[in-house]
Write a new protein. Sequence first.
Length: 410
Amino acid sequence: MTERPAFAFFSPEVQQDPYSRYALARAEEPIFFCEDLGMWVVTRHADVAAILRDTDRFSSKVTTTNIKEPPPEVLAVMRKGFPRTGSIVQLDAPEHTAVRRKLNAAFTAERIAALEGTVVALASELVDAFAADGRAELMARFCGPLPVAVIAGVLGVSRADASEFGQWADDAARLFMGGRLPTDEWVRAAESVVAMQHHLAGLITARASAPAADLLTTIIQAATDPDGRLDLVKAVTHATTFVFAGHKTTTDLLGNAVRLLLLHPDRLAALVRDPSLAAAVVEETLRRDCPVPGTTRVARVEVKLGDVTIPQDARVFLALGSANHDERVIADPLRFDPGRADVGEHLGFGRGVHFCLGAALARLQGRVGLAVLTSRLPGLRLAGDPPLKFRQVVMFRGLVSLEVAWDAPE
Ligand code: HEM
């Protein structure tokens, strides 16, 4: 066996460009134990896709997706909140099947298609606020606020009630998803998440006595047992999952897509000429720079994959970002090529029973967001020479900031 590549997941170089490191791993040691993560890392498309479907041998009940156990100060804060168990992402059948069936009701194709007008209006309203400025930091002004407003509307929460969702979701990302935080920042992130949980608990309790045609009501139904008793802990967990899953991911999809377009002016020009190309740009972004570059599983039993043996109870990191660049299924993977024939292979939304519940909603926001932005801001370009840094978080791939300029009216 070749020597294990030292995959320093947290090194700034790998965070900025994981792809060259992944290419080496796919060629030399496609499944390896990463000391840095404390997990087995699976890098080839075929293996990642097979494990996503192999629910007999791999469980989604990963006790924590964070890399390190939180320090006691953080655990003390988290005890003031709601226990975070039973999130749909971390359930196995049969519980998963039952919860998924109920939550699906809020994400039918008709329900999502009916949101198109609202998403167009929200995107236009955001652009109106800065279109005359000629310059903006898009993560803060557009890519973040659009999904927050959309998920608030889907949940059935007023925008005032949702005003802190963005900050809370950022903090949740840092708390749960593999950041390396100094203790004081970690404590602050935990406090923020506990505040979000209590806020959502209040909204759920109010909605329980006044049901409506919204996601909050669907969540309440999913968390109510056959005797009619609402399990508030479960409901808060589901609501937190949606605020979190629905916000950060889509923010990064928009940011990563705009970055790729700005780095490929010919593609941007084509989109400006024909806004219907936005759907293909979204799909290729999900492949080229997927906002969720990995997900985790636990081996229920000892599993032999090729010449590697993954021990029972070991945690496994399925590198979706690497699978999406696997030259065995994707031609010339570094090329940003909206409309490419093989894009359908991408695993940016996962695969199998846990396939992203919000995929249609994310695609809608990506498509509409990009079309509105590029049609409203003529001559969109990078402002100055910003480094376009990606955040230092293993489970999400998104930009720290995105400074752009355009030809504002005189
Ligand atoms: C699951 C990615 C947007 C809700 C997943 C999974 C991925 C993913 C990779 C599978 C996780 C696994 O198998 O372990 C993304 C990306 C998004 C996005 C890249 C945006 C570009 C959304 C939105 C929502 C959402 C907008 C809801 C409003 C969920 C939920 C699950 C999930 C509830 C768990 C499904 C289950 O376990 O059955 N997502 N997601 N996601 N996503 Fe998304």
